[in-house]
Ligand binder design. Sequence first.
Ligand SMILES: Nc1ncnc2c1ncn2[C@@H]1O[C@H](COP(=O)(O)OP(=O)(O)OP(=O)(O)O)[C@@H](O)[C@H]1O
Ligand SMILES: [Mg+2]
Length: 351
Amino acid sequence: MSTTTPQLQVSDVKVHFPVRGGAFGRVRGAVKAVDGVSFDVLRGETLGLVGESGCGKSTLGRAVLRLVEPTAGTLRFDGQDLTGLSPRQLRPLRQRMQFVFQDPYASLNPRLTVREILEEPFAIHGLARGPGERAREVEALLDAMGLPREALERRPHEFSGGQRQRIGIARALALRPDLVVADEPISALDVSVQAQIVNLLVDLQRERGLTYIFIAHDLNIVEYVSTRVAVMYLGRIVELAPSAALYRQPRHPYTQALLSAVPVAEPGHRRTRLLVPGEPPSPLAPPPGCTFHPRCPHAMERCRREAPPSYPLGGGHFAACFLAEPDAREAPSDAAPGGRTGVLAQPPSPG
Ligand SMILES: Nc1ncnc2c1ncn2[C@@H]1O[C@H](COP(=O)(O)OP(=O)(O)OP(=O)(O)O)[C@@H](O)[C@H]1O
Ligand SMILES: [Mg+2]
């Protein structure tokens, strides 16, 4: 594929989880965890994904790697349509897309040694090279993660959280993927080691030309690592922009609220409170119109009825808010409903 093809193209992807109930387990409704999301991720960039708990970040991250099946929409990896591929057809592509989990405690098999953990991906993908070559690969991987060779014969519980996450990252990178979805890779770690892991990810990206989707709660870290940032609310992307623009001039009231969130003192927890009323509504029954309107300080009559499209604001900045609507005289209907919240500064083309 040409270098201008985005690494990943996500078009109107939905992930709805059926909710069953009653004696016959009939489908009663759906949790609209991801509800029509479109964006591109360019080679070598980091797309940050932020939003409150439950807005669908992890589900979206899993859907792009087909760890959960999208209900609708299309995914293109390196220009290739992933929709409808069988598990067998997906397998060679899976090597090239990997997931780094939040919790290295839960994601590493405690019974295996580090050597076994790192050799496993080669075996799963039928890349069982000769034992000598595989051992050399595993050792090189360990070096790249800044872990000592002695680590190979030990098991996950013998390591600290930060080291365990290094092992998790090593496993994800074993098969030299192109795309890595890192879902809160540092939020389970001590603050003192968070920066080390972030810097490791940044260094590995530079050395290996990796493309990242970086999911996080901590907006400071997202700003630090991301080329562009997408803000999710209730299963949708409400704003997407180059990192600097998003932090300097957030255009969606929800992003503004997120950025002005204040820390809340709670023993043992680092939490923040948004300066907007209420909690996000349930994705089982999202409000009509703009789903943010019940909490929005700027809500207008129109917001209760109509869902705003994603308006291009120039410079790759998009916001799904009527306040961002360009003056009709200057730019006649640039925005297409469900339009691609992509990298292009021009109006998106349909499809
Ligand atoms: N397997 C599932 N079955 C039913 N509902 C699910 C499932 N997985 C997630 N959900 C629901 O989908 C919504 C989005 O969840 P998701 O975990 O993607 O959010 P998130 O943004 O990653 O949250 P957090 O920041 O807490 O990790 C939530 O309402 C969640 O309860
Ligand atoms: Mg999550």
